[in-house]
Design a protein around this ligand. Structure first.
Ligand code: ATP
Ligand code: MG
Length: 421
């Protein structure tokens, strides 16, 4: 049989990479919790209609990136390409809004999009995101944007830029759509094939085109900010004033539209200014989608959120020394003592010490080599002589010192040494 490999664009995360992942996940959980966000977990599979309804038919995600299949001839299911739609469904399904006027949720998990893999772009990737339901903003929008920048800073990612825009409400979008249609019509032939289709379906998406010719044409397009109604303007001004008060730098970018259809008013993206990620410079993006819950058949609920790609953050996080995962490695001199090693290891683990041993046996030398490879600070050696004297030999692998410890005191002594660092 030919060697089986993982599905294209879907990566294994090996144990040696996990400390960085855990650090990232710990940090984001901490920062989200500081701001009152609680975790929610939703299934990776949803009914396809959830995404076509909320994300929008004319988006890249729905058009070409979804992993969709018919489940045993019964119904069409899709591996979630993002988390916002699932959260909104769960929020409505469990009537969360009836228990609390404002719900602040966060999630972390794998997402699936069938796109061309590149550095920082995969077919299975991890996103963490937040959703706030029940607050029309703009103060909570500002708090959220500021939180995202604080989180990046806590991760050591400081070369960032916040882009901000407002799309206005439904009517604004409709008027803007017509204006864009009129603007692009004379350029129709020059637009990419994809954008020609967008011209019919959703001309706003042309502004998000990755084609250079399209981008050049877009330079002359009327900015959405000119189309905002008075209440939209008030919302956007309020957001900017709150960000100023928080001292969060941002740039207003009227060309920011982003991939999804469901946004209203606030729209933001945080990009890295380093060229580390090339075209994948967007670290996180989000905005307000006040119409989404209604679109999904529920009560209208103002909502705002963002999602960030964990792999991209990991690529940007500075390399730091990760703490060792073991406190002590046990060495058995004489294979017949392995049961005793097991018993002592169990005792140490019961005391909260992280302990491993080479239970295959073998020479002391080879076990010592393994001990230092694990990064454990201490090794514990158990041989005939030690057993006869009721002790175990403690080796400090960093200081290269050793001494005997009475068996009954190993757990307490070792715990004290580990705590002392
Ligand atoms: P891009 O313009 O890079 O395709 P997007 O607009 O599709 O991003 P969103 O749908 O808003 O991105 O997702 C939010 C974040 O999730 C992105 O900013 C990025 O960090 C991450 N992300 C999106 N798609 C991928 C992917 N295929 N692989 C890895 N990370 C991704
Ligand atoms: Mg994309």
């Amino acid at each position: 049989m030919t060697k089986l490999r993982s599905v294209k664009g879907m990566n294994d995360i090996l144990p040696e990479e996990m400390p960085r992942w855990h650090r990232l996940e710990r940090e984001l959980t901490r920062v989200f919790a500081l701001h009152g966000y609680a975790e929610v977990r939703t299934p990776v599979l949803e009914k396809t209609a959830l995404f076509t309804h909320s994300i929008g038919e004319a988006t890249d995600i729905v058009n070409k990136e979804m992993y969709t299949f018919v489940d045993k001839g019964e119904e069409s299911l899709t591996l979630r390409p993002e988390g916002t739609a699932s959260c909104a469904r769960a929020y409505l399904e469990h009537s969360a809004g009836e228990r609390q006027p404002v719900n602040k949720w966060f999630y972390v998990g794998p997402m699936y999009r069938r796109e061309r893999p590149a550095r920082g772009r995969y077919r299975q990737f991890y996103q963490a995101g937040v959703e706030c339901y029940g607050d029309p903003g703009p103060y909570v929008d500002a708090e959220m944007i500021d939180m995202s920048v604080s989180l990046l800073a806590a991760l050591g990612i400081t070369e960032v830029r916040v882009l901000l825009n407002s799309l206005g409400g439904k009517e604004t979008r409709a008027r803007y759509r017509e204006a864009l249609k009129a603007f692009f019509e004379p350029h129709r032939e020059a637009l990419s094939a994809e954008s020609q289709t967008r011209l019919e379906l959703n001309p706003l998406r042309i502004l998000d085109s990755k084609s250079l010719t399209d981008q050049e044409i877009c330079q002359g397009a009327p900015p959405i900010l000119d189309f905002l109604g008075p209440e939209d303007v008030e919302h956007f001004d309020g957001l900017r004033a709150a960000l100023d008060a928080l001292g969060t730098p941002y740039e207003v970018d009227p060309s920011l539209v982003r991939g999804l259809d469901y946004y209203t008013r606030t729209l933001f993206e945080v990009q890295t200014t380093s060229d580390e990620l090339g075209a994948q410079s967007a670290l996180l993006g989000g905005g307000r989608y006040d119409g989404m819950t209604e679109e999904l058949g529920g009560k209208a609920t103002p909502s705002v959120g963002f999602a960030m790609g964990l792999e991209r953050l990991l690529l940007m996080m500075p390399v730091t020394e990760e703490p060792t995962t073991l406190d002590a490695f046990m060495i058995t001199a004489g294979s017949e003592l392995r049961s005793q090693t097991l018993v002592l290891a169990k005792e140490l683990r019961a005391a909260g010490l992280r302990v491993d041993a080479d239970l295959r046996g073998g020479s002391v030398k080879s076990q010592l080599r393994r001990a230092s490879k694990t990064g454990a600070r201490f090794a514990l050696l158990l041989g005939e002589g030690e057993v006869a004297r009721g002790v175990v030999q403690l080796k400090d692998l960093v200081a290269h010192e050793q001494r005997d410890l009475p068996l009954a005191e190993v757990a307490r002594e070792l715990a004290a040494l580990v705590a002392a660092g």
